[in-house]
Design a protein around this ligand. Structure first.
Ligand code: MRU
Length: 320
């Protein structure tokens, strides 16, 4: 496999490595991926996270496994486990299908799989640019923008999805300010989006998720941009938990709300949001060491926002 490098993933000198996103912003530690099972573990504990990146990382892990001489049976088993590592983001399934399951068995050679995984990595970078350019006109000079979760260079091989649009507006010298939802319970906004925005020199302010309504009520927000983990055929979409309530609040205040995603997040086989499987995660993420240890917890990692609540969905190749 040729050398590849992005903010959160790299392949160099025969080694696939990922920046451990659970340690950011305080520690920048790269972890060497031993094998596909190790990648499953990294994806499940969110060291490697975000819809596009988990697809790319899984593709590279399986291609490298093939390159180092794994048998066809071992590759199929490992790919099946990677495909099931997280259930909501469709990019993971699409990447595994593209590299392994939808291929003619005669093309299941290491060379072919490596070529496909490299293409997925490189295409993701291009898709980021394309969707950001397509959405660029939606950002006006002076806009204050709310974003939720983390959608930047850490979750793609390029400039990001929703955060890519924000980054491009900044590069175009538009004067913007970003309000970053902290994104309970795992704080992807507070830990990761602020880290990326600070690196990029983009003015930003951190808020708790439950402050968005007040901010909008004060007239301080002009746009909302978020990413997606799966977009259904009717335009309903799953994204990080808290996106739905943000959309309700934006709709109430007539603040335009846009979803930005690559076409790899669009699931043509999924008729509506009702059919999207939502990942449930462990109770300690919500208790966060603050609640009684045995306190019952409900912890869906994602929610579904109906298309009717939002202004538009920007993909790299079209607007919905
Ligand atoms: O659980 P995570 O951190 O992987 O969730 C990520 C998100 O929900 C992102 O907002 C989503 O993947 C869109 S960004 C490309």
């Amino acid at each position: 496999m040729k050398p590849l490098s992005s903010l959160g993933l790299k392949f160099q000198n025969g080694q696939l490595s990922a920046l451990d996103q659970t340690l950011l912003p305080h520690e920048e530690k790269w972890i060497d991926c031993r094998d596909p099972a190790h990648m499953v573990e990294m994806i499940q504990r969110l060291a490697v996270r975000g819809a596009p990146l988990i697809g790319v990382a899984a593709a590279l892990a399986i291609a490298r496994f093939a390159e180092t001489g794994a048998t066809k049976d071992a590759i199929l088993l490992a790919a099946k486990k990677l495909r099931a590592a997280r259930p909501t983001a469709v990019n993971l399934m699409a990447a595994m299908d593209r590299v392994v399951f939808s291929r003619d068995p005669s093309l299941l050679t290491a060379d072919e799989m490596v070529r496909e995984a490299e293409a997925i990595f490189e295409e993701d970078n291009i898709l980021c640019r394309q969707m950001s350019e397509r959405a660029a006109h939606l950002v006006n000079e002076g806009d204050n923008i709310i974003t939720h979760c983390n959608t930047g260079g850490l979750v793609t091989t390029g400039i990001g999805t929703a955060l890519g649009v924000i980054r491009l507006a900044h590069e175009q010298k538009k004067k913007i300010h970003v309000y970053v939802d902290e994104t309970r319970p795992l704080l992807q906004g507070a830990r990761l989006t602020t880290w990326e925005l600070a690196k990029l020199g983009i003015p930003h302010t951190l808020i708790c998720d439950n402050m968005a309504a007040s901010l909008m009520g004060l007239g301080k927000v002009q746009k909302v941009f978020v990413g997606a983990d799966r977009i259904a055929r009717n335009g309903d979409f799953a994204n990080k938990i808290g996106t739905y309530s943000l959309a309700v609040v934006a709709h109430h205040h007539k603040v335009p709300f846009y979803v930005v995603a690559p076409h790899t997040t669009f699931d043509a086989a999924c008729p509506s949001g009702r059919e999207i499987q939502i990942e449930q995660r462990g109770p300690d993420e919500v208790r966060a060491g603050k609640s009684p240890e045995q306190c019952a917890v409900w912890n869906p990692a994602f929610d579904v926002t109906p298309r009717t609540l939002i202004s538009g969905i920007v993909l790299d190749d079209r607007m919905i």
